[in-house]
Design a protein around this ligand. Structure first.
Ligand code: PMP
Length: 418
């Protein structure tokens, strides 16, 4: 049945999918078609169950179908799924986000991380009167025209872009302060902003080295540019206050997505009051959305964040992540395999290489065949990883030792070929 559905999907959906990574193209394995999910487990259309480490690309930190979120969605849908007017829930959600992330003085919701990033760049250009934008090799901020690069740019590339837009992007090396500095202190003038994932999460997981984010803050201050943190993955994941709390650096603007929608489509941009005042209708920078702050999405996001704050799972996620990391390292040590485990809290990735992975080029220089074999073997053993060697995997509050042991056992047998 799965195969028929896959063929049918191929027939009626462009490329068989609604988002490219779902094709499993870089795994060499046919794509899974999901039927349902509960907690840390996902079930495909043939009824096979997998311990899930994809977790909706990080959107469901409480686990799938958490009862508080499900109930909130049911109630909100029954009360009217869209009004085209402001609701109390939006105000409450913005307040919760502001309390958790103090750099966010005011918020504007969108329906995706992409839109939040587009709006943040527009704000930065309007506030500074500059065009150039500094971002970093291996980062991903969404599929907007202003966020993609040309081939070989180090960013996700696309045909059909306006050269003026992609030409305004400057691509620095992550974890390399001198590379960043060169884009500020240049005859062409400094950029409007630096947009950065504090922990790279779209090239596998690459943590920031001490001093890198601090240097970006200093450069932005010195050259009058905005510092924009992309916390679409890390927001409410790597700490209550996101990666900016964890690393102690304060941005001018932050973009959010994933977790703030509780598993429904959401994004947001937030930050300093006077910058946010530039947004229409108060200011001259346009942003709008029929579904921005949709009441069902907001109900899911509120339920997710209220539950998270009450549960306070970050120490437990750190402990479980540390356990996973240690056991995977031990498995690699026992088998003599060249495996790097990169991890920040509940986000992690496996790189098949003997060398530490500290930036995009070291992430790209890993053994993809080895990853493919490991991915396929794990799938056979009922474990779903993110379907690419260059994507992050996630733990949730619903994961426990049993799921972690299943992953570690699967990796161990993949490494030994047993
Ligand atoms: N920023 C980061 C760091 C992301 O990981 C993503 C999506 N994975 C985005 C932005 C874009 O978000 P969306 O897919 O909701 O448009």
């Amino acid at each position: 049945m799965d195969r028929d559905l896959t063929a049918e999907a191929q027939e009626v959906l462009a490329g068989g999918v609604n988002s490219p990574a779902r094709s499993f193209r870089s795994t060499g394995t046919p794509p899974l078609i999901a039927r349902s999910a509960q907690g840390a487990w996902i079930t495909d259309t043939e009824g096979r169950r997998y311990a899930d480490f994809l977790m909706a690309w990080g959107a469901v930190i409480l686990g799938h179908a958490h009862p508080a979120v499900t109930e909130a969605v049911r109630r909100a849908a029954a009360a009217g799924s869209a009004f085209g007017l402001t609701t109390e829930g939006e105000v409450r959600l913005a307040r919760l986000i502001r309390e958790a992330v103090p750099s966010v003085e005011r918020l504007r919701m969108t329906t995706s991380g992409t839109e939040a990033a587009m709006t943040a760049l527009r704000l930065a250009r309007a506030c500074t009167g500059r065009e150039a934008v500094l971002l970093f090799d291996g980062a991903y901020h969404g599929h907007g025209d202003a966020l993609l690069g040309g081939p070989g740019s180090g960013l996700t590339s696309s045909a059909g872009l306006l050269p003026a837009l992609s030409g305004a992007l400057r691509v620095g090396r992550f974890n390399d302060p001198s590379s960043a500095r060169a884009f500020f202190d240049t005859p062409g003038g400094p950029p409007a902003c630096a947009l950065v994932e504090l922990v790279l999460g779209n090239i596998g997981v690459v943590p920031p080295q001490p001093g890198f984010l601090e240097e970006l803050r200093l450069l932005c201050d010195r050259f009058g540019a905005l510092l924009i943190f992309d916390e679409v993955i890390t927001g409410f994941r790597v700490a209550r206050g996101g990666a900016q709390e964890r690393y102690g650096v304060r941005p001018d603007l932050t973009i959010f997505g994933k977790i703030i929608g509780g598993g429904l489509p959401a994004g947001a941009v937030g930050g300093r009051r006077e910058i946010m005042a530039r947004l229409a209708p108060e200011g001259d920078v346009y942003h709008a959305g029929t579904m921005a702050g949709n009441p069902v999405v907001v109900a899911a996001g509120l339920a997710a964040i209220e539950t998270l704050l009450a549960l306070d799972p970050w120490a437990a996620l750190e402990a479980l992540g540390a356990r996973l990391e240690r056991d995977l390292r031990d498995a690699a040590g026992e088998t003599g395999a060249a495996l790097q485990v990169n991890r920040v809290g509940s986000m992690f990735s496996l790189f098949f290489t003997a060398r530490p992975v500290t930036d995009a080029s070291s992430a790209r220089a890993t053994d993809r065949r080895r990853f493919q074999r490991c991915f396929a073997r794990l799938l056979g053993a009922g474990v779903l990883l993110a379907p690419s060697p260059l994507e992050a995997c996630f733990l949730s509050a619903a994961h426990g030792e049993a799921e972690v042991a299943r992953l570690v056992d699967g990796v161990r047998s993949a490494l030994t070929g047993a």
